[in-house]
Design a protein around this ligand. Structure first.
Ligand code: DC
Length: 227
């Protein structure tokens, strides 16, 4: 198995941008685990499966075939061969993803897929999520917990949604995000929290390039120690 870099943190901390740039710099694959939960939500919505139907959601999670392809401008997501990169970013899918991610059967059902996607690459993998360092890969070679202030996080998400042409207000995005944070932090199974051995990085007021530099340095340091 190659190098495993776990990048966890709340919504809007800059994980996607930083993880993508770090993966490019290091020549690693990028496994966006949030996108995987979003795919469960999308399939459940399309197939009319209730967000609380544990057994059906679990079966759905275990059956999924997903591929990531890191391209110049984004990390493309294919679900059963279908490009769902944009579809899974819709606000209603964000809410549904948060709901399905609280279901034990979904979290359990996705463990294997997340581990497989990271292990099947030869060089190394960046796994971006909420519980990578605590649950999915407690033995990760390097763990980073990325945070930023709630306002900065909501501002980033708002700008991202505006760029995609969504008609939302900043207040809506902030309220939505605080609600999702609460759900993610208080759920009984795999709540969002830093692993004891994670390096905490606060990106408030820091450009993405500086955060990436810090993370690449951490990885190089571990790689030198391992070789
Ligand atoms: O990072 P994101 O916004 O794409 O994540 C979508 C949802 O999935 C979010 O509510 C948190 C949840 N999630 C999770 O519970 N565990 C992960 N490893 C990744 C995401």
């Amino acid at each position: 198995m190659g190098f495993i870099l776990a990048i966890d943190g709340p919504a809007g901390a800059g994980k996607s941008t930083v993880s993508k740039l770090a993966a490019e710099r290091l020549g690693f694959a990028l496994v966006d685990t949030g996108a995987i939960y979003r795919c469960v939500a999308l399939l459940a919505a399309e197939r009319g499966i209730d967000w609380t139907a544990d057994a059906e959601l679990g079966a759905l999670a275990r059956s999924m075939r997903i591929e990531f392809e890191l391209q110049a401008d984004l990390n493309r997501v294919r679900l059963f061969g279908r490009d769902v990169t944009d579809l899974i970013r819709a606000p209603e899918i964000s809410r549904a993803a948060s709901a399905v991610s609280a279901r034990p059967s979904v979290r359990e059902g996705l463990l294997d897929l997340q581990r497989r996607l990271a292990r099947e690459v030869s060089g190394g993998a960046v796994l971006e999520g909420r519980d990578i360092g605590t649950v999915v890969f407690p033995e990760a070679d390097q763990k980073v917990f990325l945070t930023a202030s709630p306002e900065v996080r909501a501002r980033r998400r708002f700008e991202e949604l505006c760029e995609r042409g969504a008609a939302v207000s900043f207040d809506e995005v902030l309220a939505d995000q605080l609600a999702r944070d609460r759900e993610d932090e208080t759920r009984a199974i795999a709540p969002l929290k830093p692993a004891p051995d994670a390096v905490l990085v606060d990106s408030t007021g820091l450009p993405a390039a500086a955060v990436v530099e810090r993370i690449v340095d951490l990885v190089r340091h571990v790689q030198r120690r391992q070789s």
